[in-house]
Design a protein. Sequence first.
Length: 360
Amino acid sequence: MNTAVHRRSALVVGGTGIAGRALCRELVAKGWPTTSLSRRETAAQDGVTMLRADLTDPQAVQAALADTAPTHVFVTAWSRRPTEAENITVNAAMVRNVLDTAGHAGTVRHVALVTGLKHYLGPFEAYGTGTTRDTPFHEDEPRLDAPNFYYAQEDELWAAAERHGFSWSVHRSHTIIGYAVGNAMNMGQTLAAQAALCRAEGRPFVFPGNEVQWNGVTDMTDAGLLARQMVWAATTEGLPSQAYNAANGDVFRWRWMWSRIARLLGVEPEGYAGRPRPLEEQMAGKEDLWRRLAEREGLVEADLTRVASWWHTDSDLNRPVECFTDMSRSRGAGFAHYVDTLTSFAALFETLRNQKVIPA
């Protein structure tokens, strides 16, 4: 093994989430000693040291990381709160607590932070309203004049980098396609759960979004591609500390994608028909049906709220603006990875079946 690689060690903050799990797999496959720090207890991951702490509690973080000395820190965790003011307070504190603790070890060379396209669209409570940036979104556009926890996380990252002398990167992903039960933002898994419930009731697979999203251009982010970009930015010599958009590299319209997803999931598609039909309405009261389905099919999770995030998919598919990103910055710097989005969905659905998250 290359000695420079051998001296690397990773701390993945939020290693049980949709981005963090994929990142842990990528790092372990590359031979990195890898530690996951998360808020909740979860099943072990091969090759990963699992630590648990309340990330909002600085003493708990210090205790959890007392015996670690990572060279690279990857921050993928966030906590959803009722208001953006609370999101800012809590999520900024999580970044600060981790980086203050890890930074004092004196070993950290690089910190990579995952944020997202709310950087360009605004926070959930003002999502896609008011002034937003023109598509495709570019990394050098100024911040919106609105409170945003992503901005607060960036500010904490920059301040810690100044204090501790490490380089950094920010990775602005679009909606992530990946595997993580219990994740708060998981469109692929949510659509798979929607389809399973539709099949159980003999109902069509109804697009929940608005006309803008049905007809507009969009893109998405495969969790594995995001992981590869983060490791690339953290280890490529000569890169400046800066933000990178992180998307698959293809674009599509939901009016094209919806029937193809339906085919993968074995349901009859029904597209946009004059008004949005949100999943929070379509799937209201389906918890008992899912529990019975899980029992009959031997599924690993009978709690529907841990499988599907109706609210998040509704938010994504009811944006009032078109949404896709420019990938020139990372492409020009040498990151050439590409993932076909339909293939990414197909791979996720196969994983969900194999892991008994959805029926076969």
